[in-house]
Design a binder for this molecule. Sequence first.
Ligand SMILES: O=C(O)CCC(=O)N[C@@H](CCC(=O)O)C(=O)O
Ligand SMILES: [Zn+2]
Length: 335
Amino acid sequence: MLALGKLLELTLTDHEPAEKTQVTPKGARLRWLGEGALEVRPPEGDDSGLDLLLSAGIHGNETAPIELLERLLHGVANGKIKPRARVMFLFGNPAAIRKGERFIEQDINRLFNGRHELSSGFEALRAAELEQFARVFFSKPERTRLHYDLHTAIRGSKIEQFALYPYKEGRTHSRRELARLAAAGMEAVLLQSKSSITFSAFTYEQLEAEAFTLELGKARPFGQNEGVNLDKLEERLIQIIEGTEPETGDSLDGLKLFSVAREIIKHSDSFHLHLPADIENFSELSKGYLLAEDLAETRWVVEEEGARIIFPNPKVKNGLRAGILIVPDSGQRLA
Ligand SMILES: O=C(O)CCC(=O)N[C@@H](CCC(=O)O)C(=O)O
Ligand SMILES: [Zn+2]
């Protein structure tokens, strides 16, 4: 296989390839752009007009999506996958991936949309670099822009695979993109209702891409991901890359929709989350339940009908979200 097909190996060993550009026997061009970043260009004349950014390893211990991107890139490099889209493969936090940790100094997925400028250190620099990779990749006019940022979650989940759809004032969530996600095996989508500081929020809000965070199961070390079934997603991504995707139509095919009721923000070291340590994502919480307390007698009490919790994490830094309270959404505002 072409040396550049081994982007993960290059990234894990912190190696810069001697040859920065290579061409597959089928005429696709692979170009190493920097640590953990590689662009695939389809052969001349085969281009479908789609620019697809696939990122994983924004959190270094979320290995199933990294392994998925590795399989896709191997497929391109050995000619089994024939790209008709321009694709960028990005491993988000190489130093954290090498250590098998979520992050080194701070959560990189809270440093986008300008936040890295207010911070310093390793992850802040990398977030700026990731924004620049994405900005350059999505700079070509009149092309379709799509970004999937692939993750796995800290805890188990009542709904195993789901997407988070960022928000931008004046932009409507696309029913067609949701149908595509359902076909890719996603069981639920959380429709965000305010601007955010994650990687997918950056490409959605600033680069006009359709962009999603995909949560694909529980985070495990490399080689221990047999419990995470990515077959449907992998099949769909290959179809998107090859330009052979079947029409999805408008049917959301049993896809559950949720919207954010409230983000639980941890303000101080006195923050206390009243949930069992092993609670699963999408667990229901009844009205009146005292969810969290913080200093100055701040109390988070569930007021919403049908409320559920995702990503509860009392260990986050002060000022960051320690959980999201979500409610079912009717999908009435979809375009
Ligand atoms: O399991 C958890 O608590 C976090 C899993 C994770 O990394 N989720 C992403 C979601 C990003 C988004 O809100 O779009 C994150 O927290 O960064
Ligand atoms: Zn993650």
